[in-house]
Every structure is written in C-alpha cells, then in structure tokens.
Design a protein around this ligand. Structure first.
Ligand SMILES: [Zn+2]
Length: 89
C-alpha cells in the first residue's frame, strides 16, 4: 500500500474518545508499586487518590519507593460521516 493510499484511507475514519455505556467519562488513574506489583484502586478523573495510595504504600513498606503511573482512556475509530461529501466535491 502506498503512503498516499494509507493517508486517504485514514481520512475516511475518525478517532475520538469513547464515552459509551459502561465506560468511564474521564481517564482512569492507577499507581503500581514496582517492587511488589501491588496496584492502587482505580481513580476516575483525578489522580490524587492513586497518588495518596503510593504515599501510604511507601509508609507501610519503606523500601518500596518506585512506582508506575498508569492512565487509561478509551477511544474508538468510526467512519467519518463527512468523508463521502469530500469525495463528491
Ligand atoms: Zn510495594
């Protein structure tokens, strides 16, 4: 496939946040301890609860000081409803 074909194909699609039923409306934040792999509860929107969990985890386990911050958001790709109009111009 030529690059021009790939770009034209991508223009016929739209990438957008997915706020469908059952999905959180905001990104979900979690912290995971890199020493023991324990993970905070998921916090929708505001990462503060996950950050506080990391502080408390290190207080309980002083040698555990390294974390991964994981932020998850949901996206979907759909056909561009205006793509057919551009082709007809
Ligand atoms: Zn830990």
């Amino acid at each position: 496939m030529r690059a021009a074909d790939s770009v034209a194909e991508a223009r016929a699609l739209v990438l957008a946040r997915d706020g469908g039923p059952g999905l959180p409306g905001e990104p979900v934040h979690q912290f995971q301890c890199r020493d023991c792999r324990k993970t905070s509860r998921a916090s929708e929107g505001d990462p503060l609860l996950a950050e506080v969990w990391a502080l408390k985890h290190t207080r309980l386990h002083p040698a555990h000081r390294a974390y991964c911050a994981v932020t998850t958001s949901f996206w979907r790709v759909d056909p561009d409803p205006g793509a057919g109009e551009e082709a007809g111009r």
